[in-house]
Structures are given as C-alpha cells and as structure tokens.
Design a protein around this ligand. Sequence first.
Ligand code: G6P
Length: 614
Amino acid sequence: MCGIVGYIGNREAYPILIKGLQRLEYRGYDSAGVAMLNTEGTLNVFKKKGKVSELTAFVKDKDTSGNIGIGHTRWATHGEPNDVNSHPHYSQSQNLVMIHNGIIENYNAIKERLIKRGHSFLSQTDTEVLIHLIEDIKEHEGFKLGHAVLAALNQVIGAYAIVVMDKNDPNTLIAAKKGSPMVIGIGNDDYFIASDASPIVEYTKNVVYLEDEQVAIIRRGQELKIRNLKDKEITPYVQELTLELEAIEKGGYDHFMLKEIYEQPKSVRDSMRGRLNANDGEITLGGIVDHEGKFKKAKRIIFIACGTSWHAGLVGEYLFEEYARIPVEVEYASEFRYRNPIIYPDDIVIAISQSGETADTLAAIELAKAKGATIIGVCNVVGSSIPRASHGGTYTHAGPEIGVASTKAFTAQVTVLTLMALHIAKVRGTITESRYRQMLYEMESIPKKIEEVLKLNPQIKHIAEEYKDSRNALYLGRGVSFPVALEGALKLKEISYIHAEGYPAAEMKHGPIALIDEEMPVFVIATKGANYEKVVSNIQEVKARKGNIIAVVTAGDKEVKKMADYVIEIPETDETLVPLIAVVPLQLLSYHIAVMRGCNVDQPRNLAKSVTVE
Ligand code: G6P
C-alpha cells in the first residue's frame, strides 16, 4: 500500500511528482504529500489529509520549485489519516525527509531508544521513527547518507520501500526496499523513482527493479549505484518497459473500472494469445513446461490468494478437479501462513495475484517454498515480487488494472487457470482428445461472447436503477458459478457499500433464507448445466418468500424467465466456462449502482489495490 515517487534531474520536480501520485493513487488515498528542495536550498514540505487533488489545491500558491523531490500517497497503517501523519516525514533536525511504503514492525523499541537519546516525535507513524534513526546513525557514526540508511535498515524488522532526501545535499536521493516494490527509471540526465512503472513510463522505458534489501544511491548526473544491506556493490540490471502510456489512462471512459470491464474481450484474448491454438489442438505455457513432471505426479494442488484472486482460485479448483483430476485446496493466504499448514514436497502451490505484491500471498509462498513445495505464480504485473519468488508460472496479460475493484484481472486469471487445467489434464491423460479439442474451440469463442454481454449494458443499467437503494443483497450460484456469486457480492459491497453476501444456492436454506423479504434483491446465476433444475428450485424458494430475483440465464431460457423479476441473457458456453461470461453483468451492475449512489468507483473508501501490508 502507499504510493511513492521521487525525481532528480534538470526538470521541475513538482509536476512530475503530482502526476506520478495521481497514477499511484490506487495504492492508497488517505493523504498525500510532497517535498521539494529549491535552488536556494529551502526544503518545502506540503502534506494534506485526503486525495492528491486536495494536496494540489492546498499547494496552489506555494513555492513548489526545485528539481529534486519526493512524493507520497498514503494508506494508513500506524496513525490515523491526518495532515501530521502524512508523509514525507522529517528527521529530528528537519534536515532529512523520507517517504515510506510498508510497516516497520519493531518501531516501538527503536522509538523508545531514540526518545532516551533526546528525540521527539511529531506523528504516530513508524516512518518518522525510521528517519530519526537514519539521522541518529548519520550524525553519531559520521556516515554519509547512503551508509546511514544501510546501517539503519540493518536494525529494522518489517517491510519498506523508502526514499530519503537531505536538505544539505541537493544532488542525492537514497532509495531502498524490502517487501514493498520500487522501480527506478533512468532518463537521459535524470532519475524517476516510483512504486510501479506507471509514473515513469512517459519519461523513459529504461528501468531497474530494485530487489529486496538493496539500497540505491541516486546522484544527479552520475551513474546509478546499488548496494545490498551487507554493503556489497551490485550491478544494476536495466530492463526495458513494455508498458504503454495509453494503457494507464482512462481513454474516454468515466472511470477506470468501466474501461477495464470493457477491455475484457481484449484482455481475455491477450491472456490466450500465443498459448492457445484450437486448430492444432495445442496449449503452450512456457512458464510451466519445466514443472510438468511435478504436475504429472502431484497428489494435491493448493491455491493461495486473497480477495478477488481467491475467487479465481475457487474457479480453478473446480477446473483442476474436473479436468486434471488433482485434488485441490483453496486457501486464504492470510490464514494459510499462520496455521502451521501441512505441506508435502510434492505439493504444487499456485499463487494467484493481480499485483504480484500482496504481502500475505508472498509470505504464504515463502512458507510453502521452505517446506519444499513447487510454487507456480499466476500474476498480472510483470516483474513483481510473487513471480520472482515463484519457481514457474504464467502471467495473465490483462494489462494495468487501475480501478481498485478487480474486474479484468479476474477474467484473465480464470482464463489462464482454464488453459493450465486443460493442459495439465492432457499431460496426465485425464481428458479425452475430443473433449479437449471441444474445450479449446470453446475457449477461443469466449472474447466474442463477452462482447455480446457488454451490449447488454443499457438493460443492466436499468436493473441497477431498480435496486440502487437496497440495503442488502444476496448472490447465489452452484458449482463453478458459486465463486461468481461470491465475486458479484464482493464487487457490490466494495464499491457501493451495500451489504452483500455470496452463497452456494443450496446453502441458502441454512441461514440467509431468513433474510429474504420483498426488499431483498437476490442475484442468481442460473445458466444451463447439470445444476440448472436445482437452481430453479432455489429460485422458487426465494419467490415463495417474496424475494426479488435477478437471474443471469443462458440465452433463450424460458423457465427462469417465468419466475424472475429480471433476467440477463448471456450466450451459451460450456458449463465450466460460465464464470468468464457470467461475472461481466455482475461487474456492470455493481458499477452502475455505485455511480448512481454517488460513490467513488475507482477509489472506494478504506480499500487499496495493492495490499503490501499483512
Ligand atoms: C485488494 C484489492 C482486491 C484484490 C486483493 C488481492 O484487496 O482491492 O481487488 O483482489 O487485494 O490482490 P492481488 O493483487 O493479490 O490479486
């Protein structure tokens, strides 16, 4: 969580910092702040509770000049969101300023030690403690700033991505990271620092992804220097960014979420491109080729993930059990990591994550890895921490997802998991050739079918109008559509703040049925398939209690139509591929309801896109 940016070079830093913070606002938006050092040596620090727009309004008439600076957008962990707890934070002398993403776990012990040495603190943050420690070491040991940072980080337990600026040295920024991401862009005669590449891409395509426990010494007009925490010099590995600027802009849509919903035909197609060839009957997944032997012998697969990615894991469970005939467990990473789980060396752990940075998922991977399991990553952000920590894997090619509520990442994850399950089924000989071929053709048709669903937008908007004032909502599905129900409910609650629950349709009678009355909308995935008749019975149970039914059905359905208040007809597909299509109307529905309720769709309250704290 939290977004950080830095700039050093010949341009004005402030506009670059602000634009960068706007791009990173998906990471947190409780408060924002910037610090610039001007040519007279004055350090100007401005910070404000609220969004980046509130900071820019506040800074309007102030001196923002300078060609070195740092900026931060916060998702609060230690200390409530207010002006004082906002970053950047000062050292004791106020000569040093720092921005930080992460959590310093032993900050209290360090703070007490520093208080005894005469330090006083303005905020309640762990960040302020770290910058005080850096200065304390710098002064008492007579170290240069880079070495003081290095020494301080050797005393710290926790996660960090930090950038430090010194009022008395206008030519240097020091950056370091562990467990939180950090990218350094290398321009012609300047450097750009950020939590991800989105603030950098319009200036340069040459970047260095800092590794854990590395400290970068970034000097104006000099080559980038990197040292590890053992003070060993590391040669920077410069990579070329493949990200395009248009991919991170709204492109005429009112919100990123809507743009991303509409991008799904493309993102699903991109996630299959070069991997699926239905005519030749082939699936090629380069990142798991070396692990096929393991899959062949695997007695168990464990999916670990959080949030929407966990829902994709539940779909994956269904697909791997159905096709590859491998038993699957789906785990919340946060539960798994603290449970002393039983992990065997022949287990395959598939970690699913859009950002590739979720702290709990990363920690769960490390745990499983230490016990000898094979780790396969399914991530969207290229070069992020989870793919780097995995033995193999397959990227989803959804493109940058900016809206905090995940949409196109989910369908891309399900796409990749489907390809993987079918491919492994082929490798294990658990699927017939004809079924396999049929599935490949069906997969190829999915993007077109999503396009058809998107055409239903006006009808879905009309349904949203009807239910926008609901206080509660229930989402029901069975089999592979149960995770779709969970995902539909999550979308509604996270962006429109309506309480919603997803349930396996048959479980409804063990509790939620008590809530049903004429006020309660019940969204049901009732597409054709083995469970159809059963779901129809569940719909009748709701109707008998005067509940409202909004059903997602297969085009041409007659039976549910007779009972439901509204039906949303989606194109027919193989039963196991329904999640890829059925989730789309639910995403649109939540989007419209949230807009109608005046909610901030792209930045829902209290949430963040990339959860780099546990
Ligand atoms: C946050 C986001 C969710 C996301 C979850 C897992 O809660 O708001 O949209 O599903 O983290 O993130 P990941 O990047 O690991 O998929």
